[in-house]
Ligand binder design. Sequence first.
Ligand code: ZN
Length: 373
Amino acid sequence: MSTPMSGPRLSACLPLLLTLLLTACASAPQSPAAQVPRGTETVHANVPLLAPAVAYAAEAETAPPAPPTPTELPPPPLIPDPAATPTPRPVGTAPRVGLQVGHLHSNELPDEMAQLRTSAGAHWGNVSEASLNLDIANRVKPLLEAQGVSVELLPATVPPGYDADAFVALHSDGSNGGSAHGWKLATPWRASEASKQLFGAMAGTYGGVTGMPEDVGGVTFNMKGYYAFNFRRYDYAIARTTPAIIVEMGFMTSAVDRAMLFNQPDRVARGLAEGIMAYLRQRDPANGAALLPPEYPALQAATGGATVRAAPRDNARVLARVSADARLMPFDKQNGYYQVFVHSGKLSTVGWVREDQVVNTSEQSTFPTPASQ
Ligand SMILES: [Zn+2]
C-alpha cells in the first residue's frame, strides 16, 4: 500500500488530470477507505484516447558521406542518425519479448523515477497487484518459450534503452467503486506502426480468449504516458524502436474480473501469449521503418483558434474550441488532421484538429506523465 488514490479509478489517473503530476498513477495504489464514487469522473475521463491504426511513412534520413580525396584523413565514424531506419535483426534470431511485471520491486526504481518508488498498485485483500502480475507473467513466459520466443521478465525498473521485439507491461486495475471492470490497452503517445500492430494483435485476442469485456473509454493519459515508455525523459526506459503496449488485464476490485484473473490465470496468460504471438507472426521483421515512432512539431492554435473534434472529420462532434494560445501536442496524423493532447487553461483533453488551424511552435511537446504509476 502506498499513496491513497484521490480519484475514482485507480488505474485511470486520467480523471485526475488537473492533479496528475501530483497524484496520478496508472494502476493506482488503492485504499479501501478512500471511497470516491465513479460519478465524480470528469468529462475528460470519457474521452477515447485510442486512435484507429493509421499508416504513415516513417522518415528515414541518411546523410550522404562527403567524397574523400586522397589527401584527406579518413572521415570520423558516423554517429547513428536518430532518424535513420533501424537495422532489422538477423534472420533466424529468436524474437525477444520483455514482459514487465507492473510494480514489482518498485522500491528499487532509480533516482530519476524516485517519485514512483512508493507505487504499490492495486490490491484485493492481501493480494498485491505485483504478485498477481507476476503470477500471470510466469504463466505467459513458458507459453511464448514453447513457440521459440526468448522471454525476459522485467521488474518495475526497465534496463536503460531496453531493446526487444515487443515490450508488454502487465498491470491490473483497482477501483474504489467496485463496478468498473474489463481490460484495456494503450500504446505510447507517439506510437510506431509496430506498436500499433502489437496493440491491434492483443486487442484481437485478449478479450476473445478471456471472455472479458473491454473497458471502453477507460484508457488514461497516464497509460499512454507510462514511465517505461518515456525514453525522451528517462534513461531507464525502452528504446525508442521497441514496440510497446501497456495492458490493464482487468480489475482486481471486480468480482467478475477476479473470477478470471484469480481463478483462471492460465486463460489470462493464454490471451496475452496469443496476442504477442499474433503480432510476431503478422509483423515484417525486415521492416525497420515500422519501428520508428513518428515525430511531430509542437503546435499551437492559429490566430483564429482551432476546433478540437472527436474524430478526424469536419462533421465530427466538437469537443472544444481553443484560442491561439492553446498548446497542442500532436501524436498522430490522419486525413489532414492532427490527433493532439490539448492543454489550455483548465482544459486538458485529446482530440483532432485540422492541419490548417495550427501553426508550429518552437516549444518542446510535453505529454502528461505520471508522478506515480
Ligand atoms: Zn499497476
